[in-house]
Design a protein around this ligand. Structure first.
Ligand code: CA
Length: 223
């Protein structure tokens, strides 16, 4: 498994690279955003660790551009403590997950394993349930023949619910499945994104396909 580390702080890059190599990963280090982007676009990596504040090219901009052509490679953002705006931007731009510095190596490895497992399991490129059709390659969503534009994270959330039709999924399961946190129980990011998704799925007066199961989680209704 090949991992690209885009990080300008040498100490962090060394710490991460040495640790990952001892776990059997092949690591390539890019010390600035421009080199990082060039390498990321080669598509040779199974996972990318991406710092936000980088010389040359900001990590969030790099990610946004990368996602236009590569929607599959898991990208874990490395953010500074307390930079909530960076995290939200990263998730909106299609980050798979983020880690706040300073982080424990064990946590990093656990998340890398989880995301590599998830990305390896994608087999079918089309999903359908509750009158909603998704094409995972084209990244399109249709409901009752009408195309719905979703952000990267809304798309992943909907795909997760569609993979578990009729099943009540707890907030924690959704958090782990979609964001890969393991985890911040105080976050309401699942509720926030369910609301975004509902607004888009019910536009034009369509029924709400997502049922809230009070104090448990959410369920995609199956007709
Ligand atoms: Ca940095």
């Amino acid at each position: 498994m090949r991992i690209l580390v885009v990080e300008d702080e040498r100490d962090i890059a060394d710490f991460v690279s040495r640790g990952l190599e001892s776990e059997g990963y092949a690591v390539t280090w890019a010390a600035d955003g421009i080199q990082g982007e060039t390498l990321a676009r080669t598509g040779r990596f199974d996972l990318i660790l991406l710092d936000v504040m980088l010389p040359g090219r900001d990590g969030n901009e790099l990610l946004r551009d990368l996602r236009r052509e590569d929607t599959e490679t898991p990208v874990i953002m490395l953010t500074a403590r307390g930079e909530t705006a960076d995290k939200v931007r990263g998730l909106d731009n299609g980050a798979t997950d983020y880690l706040t510095k300073p982080f424990a190596f064990e946590e990093l490895v656990a998340r890398i394993r989880a995301h590599l497992r998830q990305s390896g399991q994608r087999s079918s490129t089309q999903l359908a349930a509750a009158g909603i059709e998704m094409d995972l390659l084209a990244r399109t969503v249709e409901r009752e023949g009408r195309e719905i534009a979703l952000s990267a994270k809304e798309f992943e959330l909907l795909a997760y619910l569609i993979r578990h039709p009729g099943q009540v999924m707890s907030r924690e399961q959704i958090l782990n499945g979609v964001w890969g946190y393991d985890h911040d129980p105080g976050t309401n990011i699942v509720g926030v994104y369910i609301a975004y998704l509902r607004r888009k799925l019910t536009a034009g007066g369509l029924d709400d396909p997502i049922e809230t199961v009070r104090s448990v989680g959410y369920r995609l209704k199956v007709k």
